[in-house]
Design a binder for this molecule. Structure first.
Ligand SMILES: [Zn+2]
Length: 486
C-alpha cells in the first residue's frame, strides 16, 4: 500500500514537472525583431482624403441593381483627380464600376501580384443614424479620428493602397513584379460583377498571380486577454456557406383538435438537437496553427493548457467553444435564421420549416455538413432540403514569399507584432481572386480594438489618423518587400 502511494506521489510529481516544463518551453520563438523603418507622411492630408472618399454614398443594397450610379461615377472621378500619379503611370480597365489598375513591373518573367479593396459600403440601418457620434457620411475628422461608413470596411483599404502607390511613384519607384490594384464596387453583394469580372479577365489573359492581398482581419490590439503584442492573423482561407431547410412534416388539420405532437413541436426538437450537437471541430489544421502561435503569448495558466493540449484538449475545446469568435474559428457554425409554419392562426401546418445557415470550415464541405445534419436528424418526420452552398476556399500557404513579405512589413511599421495564419469567417472578394492566385491573403494592415469591432456594418465606424497612416506605411513596405518596388 505504502509502495503504491509512493509510486502515485512520484507519478504526480513527474506529471506536474512535465506540464510546467512544457509550458515553460511554449514561449514565442526567438523572432528577429524587424528593424523599424520610418516613413514620413502627411498624416492629416491622408485622413482628409479618406474623409472625402467617405462622403460618396457608394452603397450596396440587397438588390444589386439598386445603386446610385452618380455616387459611384463621382467616386471614380474623384480617384482620378486625387491620385494623378496613379492615373498617369498605371493603365486602367473598368468592369462596371470596378477599377483594375496595372503597374508594369521591371521583370516581366515574374508572376504579378494584386492588392485589392472594395469601396462599396453597407447602408446605415434606418433608425440608427442618431446613435452615430458623427453623421455617417459627413467624412468628418474629430479629435484625430476619421468617422464614417467605410472608415474600416473598406475605404481605408482602398485609400491606403492608392496612397502607398502614390508615395512610391513620387519617389520614382517601379516594382520588380507587375502589380495589379483592383477596387471593387459590389463586394457587399457577392462581388461577381466586380471581382468576378476582374478574375475572368485575368484568367482570359492567362495571368496567374503569385499572391493577392485583400481585406480580411486586422492587427488586433488587446483582443486576447493577457496577450501584450499586437496579434496579426493573416487570413489564408475563407469559410464556405451552406443553407439547409429543416422541414418537419405532420398531417395538419384544425387547430381545435391538435395531435399530441405537431409539426412545430417536431421542428423545435430538431432545432434544439442541431444547436446542442454542433458540427465537430477543434484545434487541428489551420485553427490549431493560429492558436498555437497566439497561446505562446498568453499568461501562464492559459499557456499551460495549450502547451499540454495532449492532456487538456477536451477542456480547451469546451472553453473556446463558449467564445463565439473562437468557436467560429474552430468549426463549421450552425445558425438557424428563418422559421415558417402555418399561414393561418387556426390551421395546423403540414410543414414547419427552419432555415439554417452553416459557415463551412475548410476541413468540412457542403456534402459532409449535409450528411452530418441528415444523420443527426434522421427521422420519418424530418426532411432536409438544400438551398445551395459553396465550399470553403483553398487554404493558402503561410510559408510563401508573399506571406513572409506581409509579415516582415508589419514588423517594420509596428515593431512588436506577431503574425500567424488566420481564417476568415465572413466572405470577401477573394473567393473570386483566389481562383487566379497561387496564394490569396486577406488582411488589412490597420489596428482594431474590441470596441472598434461594433463599427463593422454597425454604428460609429471610425479609424484614427495615425492608424490610417500606419496602414499606408504597411502597404508601402508590402510593395517594397513583396513586389520589389524601388
Ligand atoms: Zn468589406
Amino acid at each position: 500500500m505504502k509502495k503504491l502511494l509512493t509510486f502515485l506521489g512520484l507519478a504526480l510529481v513527474v506529471l506536474a514537472t512535465l506540464l510546467v516544463v512544457r509550458t515553460w518551453l511554449h514561449q514565442p520563438d526567438a523572432r528577429d525583431t524587424a528593424k523599424l523603418i520610418e516613413i514620413a507622411l502627411d498624416e492629416q492630408a491622408i485622413a482628409e482624403r479618406l474623409g472625402e472618399a467617405i462622403r460618396y454614398r457608394t452603397l450596396s443594397n440587397q438588390n444589386v441593381d439598386d445603386l446610385d450610379a452618380e455616387a459611384f461615377e463621382g467616386f471614380i472621378e474623384w480617384v482620378a483627380q486625387t491620385y494623378p500619379s496613379v492615373q498617369e503611370n498605371l493603365s486602367l480597365a473598368r468592369f462596371g464600376y470596378t477599377l483594375l489598375y496595372r503597374w508594369q513591373g521591371r521583370d516581366p518573367s515574374l508572376q504579378p501580384v494584386l492588392l485589392t479593396g472594395h469601396y462599396d459600403v453597407v447602408p446605415v440601418i434606418p433608425g440608427t443614424e442618431s446613435k452615430w457620434q458623427v453623421a455617417p457620411f459627413a467624412g468628418e475628422i474629430k479629435d484625430g479620428i476619421v468617422w464614417g461608413r467605410g472608415a474600416l470596411d473598406d475605404k481605408s483599404g482602398v485609400i491606403g493602397i492608392l496612397e502607398a502607390v502614390t508615395f512610391l511613384l513620387d519617389q520614382g519607384a517601379q516594382p520588380e513584379r507587375t502589380v495589379y490594384l483592383s477596387f471593387g464596387h459590389d463586394e457587399e453583394v457577392g462581388g461577381s460583377r466586380g471581382a468576378g469580372a476582374v478574375t475572368q479577365h485575368l484568367r482570359d489573359q492567362g495571368i496567374q498571380l503569385a499572391w493577392s492581398l485583400d481585406e480580411g482581419s486586422f492587427l488586433f490590439d488587446g483582443l486576447f486577454p493577457g496577450v501584450e503584442p499586437l496579434m496579426a492573423p493573416i487570413n489564408v482561407a475563407e469559410k464556405g456557406s451552406l443553407t439547409l431547410d429543416v422541414v418537419a412534416l405532420a398531417a395538419g388539420g384544425h387547430s381545435s383538435m391538435p395531435p399530441s405532437t405537431t409539426a412545430v413541436g417536431k421542428l423545435a426538437k430538431a432545432v434544439t438537437k442541431l444547436e446542442s450537437n454542433p458540427v465537430p471541430g477543434g484545434l487541428s489544421g489551420l485553427s490549431g496553427a493560429m492558436f498555437e502561435e497566439i497561446s505562446r503569448h498568453m499568461p501562464f495558466g492559459q499557456r499551460l493548457l495549450f502547451a499540454n493540449s495532449w492532456l487538456f484538449s477536451g477542456i480547451l475545446d469546451s472553453v473556446l467553444s463558449q467564445v463565439t469568435f473562437a468557436n467560429a474559428m474552430l468549426r463549421t457554425t450552425t445558425a438557424p435564421t428563418m422559421l415558417s409554419g402555418s399561414v393561418k392562426t387556426n390551421v395546423l401546418p403540414i410543414e414547419a420549416i427552419a432555415t439554417v445557415n452553416f459557415r463551412i470550415h475548410p476541413r468540412d464541405s457542403v456534402e459532409s455538413v449535409t450528411a452530418y445534419v441528415s444523420d443527426l436528424l434522421a427521422s420519418d418526420d424530418i426532411e432536409i432540403r438544400p438551398r445551395g452552398g459553396v465550399n470553403a476556399s483553398a487554404v493558402s500557404s503561410w510559408e510563401s514569399d508573399g506571406f513572409t513579405a506581409i509579415q516582415k512589413s508589419l514588423g517594420e511599421v509596428h515593431g512588436d507584432v506577431v503574425s500567424m495564419p488566420g481564417l476568415m469567417i465572413a466572405g470577401s472578394d477573394s473567393k473570386h481572386y483566389g481562383q487566379v492566385a497561387d496564394d490569396a491573403y486577406r488582411f488589412n494592415p490597420f489596428t482594431v480594438t474590441q470596441a472598434d469591432l461594433t463599427g463593422f456594418h454597425g454604428t460609429n465606424e471610425k479609424i484614427s489618423v495615425n492608424n490610417l497612416a500606419n496602414g499606408v506605411r504597411a502597404y508601402i513596405r508590402i510593395l517594397v518587400n513583396g513586389a520589389g518596388a524601388s
